[in-house]
Design a protein around this ligand. Structure first.
Ligand code: ZN
Length: 387
């Protein structure tokens, strides 16, 4: 019988093994009758010729070992040794090979392992030709029993020696198999730097989503015990969606490091941005109501500071300038009312005045401007209107 290479052929192989075992009952019966007849004849012949044999010259019989063997009534056979212990001898090597194969296959078939790629006996097996006491020559059926086959459906794999000597030995298989695991592939985060925001600002623009992958593994079992797991590769079934985060890249070291993001002076929308426009340079932003009118609404301090100006000027109308430290000065202009006085300290969120349309204004709005070390900067770089 050939060694099976796949699990499906193993099942077929096991079936053949059972058939072989069944047939062996019949064969054993035939062999037993033959052996008994031969032995009976042999005893008659041997007892009749014993004196003649003793008188023969050694050289006639060739090797001295053969003489000794015959004198001790030994016979030539193949001895099976497992893990250093003598199990039994058999008349031919194929009988032992076949029995070991069948037992190994039965062992592997009994294991709860799928995707088997190869397997072998873990035991140290030696089959060696030699001279053996005839009572240690096992027939096929005996060999199966010695190797742990109770019957065609039941296997213990506990090995016994035909000599009756107690040995501690069990057939064990090393099985190699493959397997997979479904895993989540974590998403990465991609940062998009923007100079419109100070460092430290982060906002998720696209939410991340994990992907799905299948990891391939190689396994080594000793019988049903997993002894080695080797990661081989990952197949991507579903790619992860990377998270995209907008990140402030404006260098805040010099001035706004301690400033952070300004609080919103008024929760509105921008009606006019910072920069050049038809009537000249606009050094701040204009904020109006999201809906309805902003007139008379409170204006809040965008950060802690000290009021350095609280008065009416021709262009800015009623305006409040607050020194926020670190070179930052913020102006709130076109107010209908000023609610702080020069020299007063204010905290973020304190009301400094109310929105109006004083000075050079076409309608009610808050003019909000930021100076950084004497230089006009875009307030949007520091301002989060949602805060
Ligand atoms: Zn303005």
């Amino acid at each position: 019988m050939k060694f099976p290479s796949t699990l499906s052929s193993l099942v077929e192989y096991k079936q053949k093994a059972i058939t072989a075992f069944r047939n062996s009952h019949f064969r054993n019966l035939v062999i037993s009758v033959l052996v008994f007849s031969l032995l009976f004849t042999g005893v008659l012949v041997f007892s009749g010729n014993h004196s003649d044999l003793a008188d023969q010259d050694v050289s006639i019989y060739g090797q001295e070992a053969a003489i000794t063997a015959q004198a001790n009534n030994l016979v030539s056979a193949y001895g099976l040794y497992i893990d250093g212990s003598f199990i039994a001898a058999a008349e031919n090597k194929e009988t032992i090979d076949s029995a070991l194969d069948i037992l190994l296959n039965a062992k592997v078939a009994s294991l709860p392992i799928t995707n088997i790629t190869s397997y072998r006996l873990r035991n140290d097996v030696i089959i060696e030709e030699g001279e053996f006491n005839p009572q240690y020559i096992a027939d096929e059926a005996t060999l199966y029993k010695l190797l742990g086959m109770e019957n065609e459906y039941s296997f213990t794999f506990v090995v016994k020696s035909i000599t009756g000597e107690a040995i501690d030995c069990k057939l064990s298989a090393e099985v190699k198999a493959t397997g997979t695991k479904t895993v989540e592939i974590p998403y990465d985060t991609d940062y998009v730097d923007t100079d419109l925001r100070v460092a430290g600002y982060e906002k998720v623009v696209t939410a991340g989503a994990n992907g799905v992958g299948i990891e391939n593994y190689a396994y080594v079992y000793h019988d049903d015990v997993l002894v080695e797991e080797t990661y081989l590769s990952t197949e991507v079934i579903e790619k992860p969606t990377n998270e995209i985060v907008e990140r402030g890249a404006l260098n805040a070291d010099k001035t706004v490091n301690s400033l952070g993001i300004l609080a919103s002076p008024y929760h509105g929308r921008i009606s006019s941005g910072y920069g050049y426009r038809e009537d000249g340079f606009h050094d701040g932003i204009d904020i109006i109501a999201i809906s309805g009118s902003c007139y008379g609404h409170d204006v809040y301090a965008a950060m802690n500071g000290t009021v350095i100006q609280a008065c009416y000027s021709s262009g800015l109308g009623n305006n409040v300038k607050i020194d926020n430290g670190n070179g930052i000065i913020i102006t709130y202009a076109h107010l209908s009312k000023i609610l702080v006085t020069k020299g007063q300290t204010v905290k973020t969120g304190d009301v400094v005045g109310q929105i109006g349309a004083t000075g050079r204004a076409t309608g009610p709005h808050l003019h909000f401007s930021v100076e950084d070390h004497g230089k006009s900067v875009n307030p949007l770089l520091y301002l989060d209107l949602d805060k």
